[in-house]
Design a protein around this ligand. Structure first.
Ligand code: NAI
Length: 220
């Protein structure tokens, strides 16, 4: 498959295709037309065809899509076909909640959890002992770390992000409510649950009003 620039809007929709296709596989659906998929996903069939044409189509006119094949191919495009190792910095409420979640379904494995609070040292979350943040450097040098999740207070996020960059980490999943200052070599994905909640609030406030309607099925 040749490398070409894919629009961010398409990339943003891929995880949703992946999730729906995963559900279809669970329900033992083998083949699906773009029309059926469009009804299920509440987007137009032409949108689906256009999106998937970015990657070579995958469908056969009149036969629809092979669900497993499409799922696997989208997984490859998203880079989910290889396990990616994740560390979590900040083992407070959110860090522990994330560490407790099984991300292996989308190819991520938590291999290390770090905090600055000595009272948390050695406490195990899903079988992984929390280590002190001063052990981070040694850990990163001796393990293959693909992604670092940042769940520290806002004021500490930037220095840690710089340290992670210095250690060669190239992807940060940032939950701290601040813009990190890292070079373009580092991919940063900021997550803001409160923005999602504000959109929900908007939907609630304006429900039933066509003029302000927002497609609540689309993910943030
Ligand atoms: P928390 O206070 O429970 O946990 C923060 C942890 O970070 C503590 O265990 C603390 O010891 C540790 N920590 C502080 N400085 C550190 C350092 N330099 N190195 C390593 N560990 C360090 O806070 P909570 O509720 O877990 O929130 C964590 C962060 O996530 C905050 O920045 C918060 O604003 C943010 N947050 C973001 C959300 C989002 O949707 N993006 C939702 C909820 C929280």
């Amino acid at each position: 498959m040749s490398e070409r620039v894919i629009s961010p809007a398409v990339i943003k929709r891929l995880p949703r295709y992946y999730r729906y296709l995963g559900e279809l596989i669970e329900n033992e659906v083998v083949r699906i037309s773009s029309k059926e998929l469009s009804i299920k996903m509440k987007v137009t069939a032409s949108q689906i065809r256009q999106d998937l044409n970015n990657f070579g189509g995958f469908g056969q006119q009149g036969y629809g899509y092979n669900v497993q094949y499409l799922y696997d191919e989208i997984g490859k495009i998203l880079g989910l076909d290889n396990q990616q190792n994740m560390i979590i910095i900040g083992a407070g409420n959110l860090g522990q909640a994330l560490a407790n979640y099984d991300f292996s379904r989308v190819g991520f494995k938590v291999i290390g959890i770090f905090d600055a609070n000595p009272r948390l040292e050695g406490l195990a979350v899903r079988g992984i002992e929390i280590q002190m943040v001063d052990e981070l450097e040694e850990f990163v040098k001796s393990h293959s770390v693909d992604v670092a999740t940042l769940t520290v207070p806002k004021k500490n996020a930037r220095p840690i992000a710089s340290k992670l960059e210095e250690l060669g980490i190239r992807a940060i999943w940032n939950f701290a409510p601040t813009d990190l200052k890292v070079s373009d070599d580092v991919c940063v994905k900021n997550v803001h649950l409160d923005e999602s909640l504000m959109t929900l609030s908007y939907n609630l406030r304006h429900r039933g009003n066509e003029k302000y309607s927002y497609n609540s099925y689309m993910n943030d």
